[in-house]
Ligand binder design. Structure first.
Ligand code: HEM
Length: 344
């Protein structure tokens, strides 16, 4: 699915004919389509109005959830639920997405064949049919929420990382050229990159890791809560304590990285130019609640990134020098910028 989507994405970039454009929206559609294939069994065309509407709703929702009014609501829910404000829109937008998912589930139910499961919804419906235990969690409401979770967790994160990746490439053209040289040597231009190429491409792999380290898209991680009294090192955390294991503290740890605040792919290369793992590289967090989609996200990052750089050279439009400034919403993302994708 990812390789097929890479093909559609590069074709859509080619249509821009090297003129300046904002690459975010097309990346967003392509990345979302991977989740769509898994969950709904099919992708959407990039021109599909319904898909655009859902993506826009998600983007707005995540932005509002990361904003000031959502924090006020979380602190004083008993008061804020009665007051107007942007936090109220979070509930309307969430309901719009759930309604859309509900229609998709209905469509699946109408054409459901238990002997041939097409996607996540079909598998969940099968479990719902087989599970007699009401507390198993396999019910319609949970199916809607889990589907929404996969979209929420899997689309914005990977899109934002790739968007940072292209920004770093136009900011550091010499690094872009080195990645392209490695793609040309290992993959060439007559076939698409595949996952088996990755181990022969240590420099590209190092660049993608460094993009994730510097992009630092979820600096505060996801909030968790202790479900029993817990001792962590010298700290006692009573049951019910909110825990934010901040990722920026490891991704920019001054005792772990040679140049913690500078984009430097050498962080992930040894003296012989081979890829080296780093203990403090934890953009997907760690432990029991580590990102469920880590393996999928790694595949997407490698394939989308290499396919794009195989086909195009990216540069900043004349008079629009790139900046690495960020905008904080649901994730930490680049400020809107345009680039030119010139076919190679
Ligand atoms: C570059 C892309 C991604 C990054 C940086 C990322 C990062 C994270 C982080 C930091 C967490 C919180 C872990 C914790 O609480 O300790 C998380 C959770 C999660 N992620 Fe990702 N993620 C990415 C892509 C994806 C994708 C593609 C999916 C789709 C399947 C996904 C699904 C999830 C889910 C379901 C959770 C919740 C897991 C749980 O609560 O047990 N993520 N992710």
């Amino acid at each position: 699915s990812i390789q097929q989507e890479c093909h559609f994405l590069t074709e859509a970039y080619a249509l821009q004919q090297g003129k300046p454009f904002n690459a975010q929206s097309l990346i967003n559609s392509a990345v979302s389509n991977i989740i769509c294939c898994l969950v709904f069994g099919d992708r959407f065309e990039y021109t599909d109005k319904q898909h655009h509407m859902i993506l826009q709703t998600f983007n707005e929702l995540l932005y509002l959830e990361g904003g000031f009014w959502a924090q006020v609501y979380n602190t004083l829910p008993w008061l804020m639920k009665w007051l107007p404000g942007p936090h109220q829109k979070i509930f309307t937008l969430t309901q719009n997405i759930i309604d859309f998912i509900h229609i998709k589930i209905q469509e699946h139910r109408e054409s459901f064949d238990p002997s041939s499961q097409r996607d996540y919804i079909d598998c969940f419906l099968t479990e719902m049919g087989e599970m007699k235990d009401k507390d198993s969690g396999f019910d319609l409401d949970n199916l809607k929420i889990c589907t929404m979770d996969l979209f929420g967790a899997g689309t914005e994160t990977t899109t934002t990382t790739l968007h940072w990746g292209l920004l770093y490439m136009i900011y550091y053209p010499h690094i872009q050229e080195r990645v392209q040289a490695e793609i040309d040597t290992v993959v060439g231009s007559s076939r698409q990159p595949s996952m088996t190429d990755k181990e022969k491409m240590p420099y590209t792999d190092a660049v993608i890791h460094e993009i994730q380290r510097m992009a630092n898209i979820v600096p505060l991680n996801v909030a968790r809560m202790t479900n029993k009294d817990t001792v962590l090192d010298k700290y006692k955390l009573p049951k019910g304590t909110l825990v934010l294991p901040t990722l920026v503290s490891v991704l920019r740890d001054e005792s772990m990285w040679e140049t913690p605040h500078t984009f430097n792919p050498q962080h992930f290369l040894d003296r012989e130019g081979k890829f080296r793992k780093r203990e403090a590289f934890l953009p997907f967090s760690a432990g029991k609640r580590v990102c469920l989609g880590e393996q999928l996200a790694r595949m997407e990052l490698f394939l989308f990134f290499t396919c794009l750089l195989q086909r195009f050279s990216f540069s900043a439009p004349a008079g629009e020098p790139p900046t690495l400034e960020f905008k904080l919403g649901g994730t930490l993302c680049p400020k809107p910028y345009r680039l030119c994708a010139v076919p190679r």
